[in-house]
Design a binder for this molecule. Structure first.
Ligand code: HEM
Length: 124
C-alpha cells in the first residue's frame, strides 16, 4: 500500500506510522518515550505540523526549536541520520513516489536547520 498523498489524511497516516517505528527504534525510542507522556496529543501536533509544512494550512502554531533544545543533551547528529532514515523508509513504504520524495526533501531541510541551531554556536 504505497498510495498516500499529500492530503491531511495521508500525512496523518504517515505521522502515525512513523512514530510507531520511532517508538520501537533502539536508538530513538528511549528519547521519545521518556519525553512524551501524551502520545495522542503529540501525534495530533505532528500531523498539524506536517499539514502546515506541506500544505501551508497554518494548523501548527508551535516552535520546534525550543522543544528540541530541551533535549539537547540527548540528541546527536547520528540520531538525526537515524530519524531521516526511518522517515525515508516509512514514506517510501506508504506514499506515492512523488509524495514520499516531497516529504523527504522537506524533512532533510528542517533537520539541517535544527542541527545548525542545536550543534553550532556562532562566535565560539
Ligand atoms: C518534538 C525529538 C527530529 C519535528 C519533539 C520532541 C522530542 C523530539 C523528544 C518532544 C519535545 C517535548 O515536548 O518535550 C527529536 C529527535 C530528533 C527529532 C531525537 C532527531 C534526532 C525532528 C525533525 C523534525 C521534528 C527532523 C521535523 C522535520 C518536531 C516537532 C515537534 C517535535 C514539530 C513538536 C514541537 C512542539 O512542541 O511544538 N522532537 N526530534 N523533529 N519534533 Fe522532533
Amino acid at each position: 500500500m504505497a498510495g498516500l498523498e499529500l492530503t491531511d489524511d495521508g500525512l496523518e497516516a504517515l505521522v502515525n506510522a512513523f512514530y510507531a517505528r520511532v517508538r520501537a527504534d533502539a536508538d530513538l525510542g528511549p528519547i521519545f518515550n521518556e519525553a512524551i507522556d501524551d502520545w495522542p496529543e503529540h501525534l495530533e501536533k505532528l500531523s498539524a505540523f506536517w499539514s502546515s509544512v506541506m500544505r501551508t494550512t497554518g494548523r501548527y502554531k508551535g516552535q520546534p526549536l525550543p522543544a528540541h533544545m530541551k533535549h539537547k543533551s540527548h540528541i546527536t547528529p547520528a540520531l538525526f541520520e537515524r530519524w531521516l532514515a526511518l522517515w525515508g523508509e516509512t514514506s517510501d513504504a506508504l506514499m506515492t513516489p512523488e509524495a514520499a520524495a516531497a516529504v523527504q526533501t522537506k524533512a532533510a531541510r528542517i533537520a539541517e536547520s535544527l542541527q545548525l541551531a542545536l550543534f553550532f554556536q556562532l562566535g565560539e
